[in-house]
Design a protein around this ligand. Structure first.
Ligand code: SF4
Length: 480
């Protein structure tokens, strides 16, 4: 029999206060409106006729860009993107993106960590897929398998689309896990994990759900004993008007009802063009006092969030080719995000998604861009680190050296030092490092497999990486 969730009296009282609103995102969904000339007239020039011809040719083939990742854009994003090549690149399908479809169908082997449909339980936190779409879609999305509803192989050998989390199942899992942890004296008797105390609402973008649905998740998780809830969202870039009074009122009432539960917004701004005003010449407009002028709707939404001191607002973003592989843009972004009162959390190297070669910046170049972007920033502005998500856990690209290391064979051109930041289960290897000889073209760990110098973190011993390397070795033996 399916589980049901019955709200407590406190939870129901909170839910009864929530108001839903209607939003006019004016979304253009798919390429069809452009191909069939059904998009609003002023949007029809978003794709050139050349681009349209090329994309039309790919329709229905194995290089169909929409099969890989659905196309979607809001009016708000489109208006700003008119004046911004990086923003266009972020949402516009390009025929080049399916030229090389190498990559992982389940980046990070996420399904290995899914004890309940829609929940990934890693570390002391759970990540939930609560919806499988966003207001607009990033071409480089590392959840393309979820958003494009692709079938994914599970550990038990079955193949199915990733499902979404449901409140009754998730609440039951959290309660059971935490009960066993308590009985085990702080550790789960089988997995060694600690209390599941933090949940990230993700997807897709939770902010496409209405207030009632978001509130239902918040209330249920708070009642289940979750101490901290994160909302991962790019809505601040795609449709900042979503952060309206009805939403803020809901947050305030949640905080009044559950003051002990931390709430954290993990935003995803990729480039300052997404939130700063530009003049006709393409320069950022400055205010009288010399600071940059924010797009009004975005500035208002950001100030409304950060002024609520009981919640935190942080930004994290991958560094993607032709979008934000630009240290000057990233410097402005970090400065402005801190100035408005939010934090810079992580920069990411692109993941090994299907077609990653179209989007990823080489790891060593991303490290250089991030470090250049932080020149001239103050200590509080440059909190962000560069992270790459290894199958073993979140890993920092901690250093890239230029000079040879005397006496260390393989380090003639310098080295890259990775440091394990997160580690699923009970995190035995956090803080350990892996040192590899440089490979300026490396886009993923596999590209360093032949030059590992020191690996106490075990990044290259891990079964999945070993398998790929092993296969390559086997293939080259056969070729000989
Ligand atoms: S906002 Fe995030 S989940 Fe949505 S399309 Fe972009 S990268 Fe993917």
């Amino acid at each position: 029999m399916p589980l049901t969730h019955v709200p407590t009296a406190r939870e129901q009282a909170f839910l009864d206060t929530v108001e839903d609103a209607r939003y006019e995102r004016e979304i253009i969904n798919g390429l069809a409106p452009f191909l069939n000339e059904k998009a609003p007239e002023d949007m029809m020039t978003f794709y050139s006729s050349d681009e349209m011809v090329q994309l039309r040719v790919l329709k229905g083939t194995n290089r169909d860009v929409e099969t890989r990742m659905p196309v979607k854009v809001t009016r708000h994003y489109f208006e700003l993107a008119r004046n911004s090549k990086p923003m266009q690149r972020l949402v516009k399908a390009s025929p080049d993106e399916t030229q090389d479809l190498a990559g992982s169908e389940d980046p990070g082997n996420q399904m290995d960590y899914s004890p309940v449909e829609g929940l990934l339980h890693k570390y002391e936190m759970g990540l939930m897929y609560v919806v499988s779409t966003c207001s607009a879609h990033c071409r480089f999305c590392y959840r393309e398998e979820l958003i494009a509803r692709k079938e994914i192989a599970r550990q038990d050998g079955t193949v199915a689309k990733k499902g979404l989390a449901k409140i009754p199942e998730i609440v039951a899992y959290i309660k059971e896990h935490n009960k066993e942890v308590e009985a085990g004296g702080g550790r789960h008797p089988e997995t060694g994990r600690e209390k599941l105390r933090e949940i990230l609402l993700s997807g897709g973008d939770p902010m496409v759900l209405n207030n009632s649905k978001i509130a239902a998740w918040l209330g249920a998780l708070a009642e289940a004993g979750i101490e901290s809830i994160r909302i991962g969202t790019k809505e601040m870039a795609f449709y900042p008007q979503r952060f309206d009074k009805t939403f803020l009122d809901m947050l305030d009432t949640f905080h009044e009802t559950y003051p002990h539960v931390g709430l954290h917004f993990m935003l995803h701004f990729e480039h300052p063009d997404e939130f700063l005003m530009k003049d006709d010449a393409g320069n950022y407009i400055k205010e009288e006092r010399g600071t940059f002028k924010w797009v009004p709707a975005t500035g208002d939404a950001m100030r409304n969030l950060v002024s609520r001191g009981w919640l935190t607002v942080e930004n994290q973003t991958p560094i993607i080719k032709d979008i934000n592989d630009d240290s000057d843009a990233l410097r402005i972004m970090q400065r402005e995000i801190k100035r408005i009162g939010a934090e810079n959390h992580y920069f990411f190297c692109g993941r090994d998604i299907v077609a990653y070669r179209a989007f990823n910046v080489p790891i060593e170049k991303a490290w250089q861009i991030m470090n250049d972007s932080q020149k001239g920033l103050s200590g509080v502005e440059k909190h962000a680190r560069l992270s790459i998500t290894h199958y073993k856990g979140k890993t920092e690209v901690a250093a890239v050296t230029d000079k040879p290391i005397p006496g260390l064979p393989g380090a003639e051109h310098g080295v890259v030092i990775f440091k394990l930041l997160r580690n699923p289960a009970d995190a035995p290897e956090v803080g350990k490092v892996c040192i590899v000889g440089r490979n300026p073209k490396a886009l993923w760990f596999d590209d360093y497999a032949d030059r590992v110098l020191f690996d106490e973190a075990g990044l290259f011993d891990y079964a999945r990486v070993k398998t790929k390397k092993h296969n390559l070795e086997e293939a080259s033996k056969e070729a000989v």
